[in-house]
Ligand binder design. Structure first.
Ligand code: ADP
Ligand code: ADP
Length: 227
């Protein structure tokens, strides 16, 4: 099964705005995939539907062959999501945010602590583990979201504009980290971005979305050859 398969996905918001007009996407296991497009193109809506935060109007979405509508309870074990907005409790401690998430996946406490330690260390947050999340810089909050999304070792990691508002140095180190988990752990990664440069330096395959339609879907190499 593909890591992610989307067929005929349509989203019409309540105000009758057609945000997605029947898109198809297939992302194979192990891929590093970019969904690139300008603001308002439909990137967040697509990821919202995949992570079951946005109700779709029509179409089919499956994660490793599991239909997200029919069986999200099972699909969520395969999926880690880093949304754009910081949606953790700002008053909770960094380490507790990650451990609380582990609890939602039924990970035994000791194992959760070991994994949290590793993730917080890898993401440069170990020294901050006892701080309330609101004390962190924007870049650190972003990395906290990544640590939390990875605690249950998802096979598919989805990040919505992961480096938006992050300075260039930190952006590079986040790129390195994402590359590493893709290459070493075999985690399939899908990110949205409106920087071609970000997609170019990370991704193997790319889809370009505009006005709710996929206008290109190709390998990065092929796309760059055309420019
Ligand atoms: P971005 O392009 O950074 O994703 P948007 O402005 O498109 O930001 O959307 C941010 C959030 O605001 C969306 O996830 C959606 O929930 C909400 N939103 C955006 N546009 C509208 C709209 N026209 N009506 C209602 N809510 C909206
Ligand atoms: P992107 O992530 O590519 O910036 P979005 O998926 O956030 O795009 O938004 C796609 C379009 O849908 C935008 O025009 C946005 O204004 C609209 N939109 C997003 N959320 C809502 C919402 N809750 N209600 C109405 N329109 C929305």
């Amino acid at each position: 099964h593909a890591a992610l398969s989307i067929r005929g996905l349509t989203k019409v918001y309540d105000n009758s705005f057609h945000a997605l007009k029947g898109i198809d996407l297939e992302v194979p296991q192990g891929d590093f995939f970019a969904l690139l497009g300008p603001n308002g193109a439909g990137k967040s809506t697509t990821l919202g539907v995949v992570s079951s935060l946005v109700r779709k109007t029509a179409g089919e979405v499956s994660i490793y062959g599991i239909d997200v509508d029919r069986d999200f309870a099972r699909a969520r074990y395969y999926l880690g999501v880093v949304p754009q907005e910081f949606n953790f409790n700002q008053f909770e401690k960094v380490e507790d945010i990650v451990l609380t998430q582990a609890g939602y996946y039924g990970i035994p406490r000791r194992q959760a602590e070991e994994r949290a330690h590793q993730l917080l260390e890898d993401l440069g947050l170990w020294d901050k583990r006892h701080d309330a999340a609101r004390m962190l810089s924007g870049g650190m909050k972003r990395r906290l979201m990544i640590a939390r999304a990875l605690i249950h070792r998802p096979k598919l990691l989805i990040l919505d504009e992961p480096t938006a508002g992050v300075d260039i140095e930190l952006r590079r180190s986040m790129w390195e980290y994402m590359k590493r988990i893709n290459e070493q752990e075999g985690t399939t990664i899908i990110l949205t971005t409106h920087y071609l440069e970000e997609a170019e330096s990370l991704c193997r395959n790319i889809a370009i979305i505009n006005h709710g339609e996929i206008v290109h879907n190709t390998s990065m190499r092929e796309l760059l050859g055309q420019l």
